[in-house]
Design a binder for this molecule. Sequence first.
Ligand code: UFG
Length: 340
Amino acid sequence: MTVLVTGGAGYIGGHMVLALLDAGEKAIVLDDLSTGFRSAVWPPAKLIVGDFGDMALVETIFREHKIDAIAHFAAKIVVPESVADPLRYYLNNTTKARNLLECAVRHKIKHFIFSSTAAVYGEPEVNPVGETVPLAPINPYGRSKLMTEWMLRDAGQAYGLKYAILRYFNVAGADPKGRLGQSTPQATHLIKVAVQTALGFRPGLEVFGADYPTRDGTCIRDYIQVTDLVAAHLMALDYLRKGGESLICNCGYGKGFSVFEVIDVVKQVSGVDFNVRISGRRAGDAATLVSGPERIKSVLGWTPRYDDLPAIVSQALDWERRLHNKSNAENWRLTNSAVR
Ligand code: UFG
């Protein structure tokens, strides 16, 4: 059986493909390469370049391959961008997901693993946050994902589709074997931005708000290492294949770090004291989001392997250096071929 991985040329989807291949599974990637990279898709996974909302294309894929599960990663994921352009988020994360779901139901795909987000909780009253608290997203990104959660729940009830909704907290780090990492040059995520600054690829780092009701005034997040995260997806798939009931799980470690604490760790691990400037709050940010990780441990038996912020930062630094060396090598090749 084969798993269709939408967004499998992206950061988290690419790590999922690696995990599937490592586990001896077959993977087909559907990605429009709008933010993903061809090079992120490791062989023998097959890459189909296209839009996951294109029903004719998805149906052809289902007809031509024996797919028993979809791992749906493809999405727009930047919170402030969703505030500035909400309809783009509802199109990508909600409308197109509906199309994918319809194809899945029509072709009797048995299992659906959905990348959801801690953003569905909005500004929770209590942290760590469990899966059963009221859902009240505070930005279009969170709402666009929550609507897809609702569609899945309804499709599950109506058509018997079994799903796992995984609500990611803040994903960071890179493949411990150095095969993959976060490659988007304009990524906005804190650890990525901080390591790029430490390595001198950005002039400084802006802290978006130091007046939040937290221990040092900056936002607190739960940073989960990407290999640990995709391991949870494989466990969820195994659980569903063995007949488990549909499931909603937080994916995080249950520990929060403030923006200042993350910056300190990046400075310590890199040995570079870079420029930091405090600016105003960013639209759509919650003060604190920390996962209550009990369910994922008890239902799936998930145990984190890389729950260590300095190690996560170190992986991110290694990957960033590797990306930089690779792009230097490519520039060198281009220059030399132009000379010849
Ligand atoms: N931050 C800065 N400066 C930066 C980048 C980020 O101060 O240059 C701050 C943000 O304001 C926020 C924190 O660092 O307080 C984390 O921001 P990220 O952009 O790294 O991540 P978000 O928390 O906004 O969002 C991420 C994912 C979402 C997910 C969410 C859940 O992108 O998909 O985590 O917590 F929903």
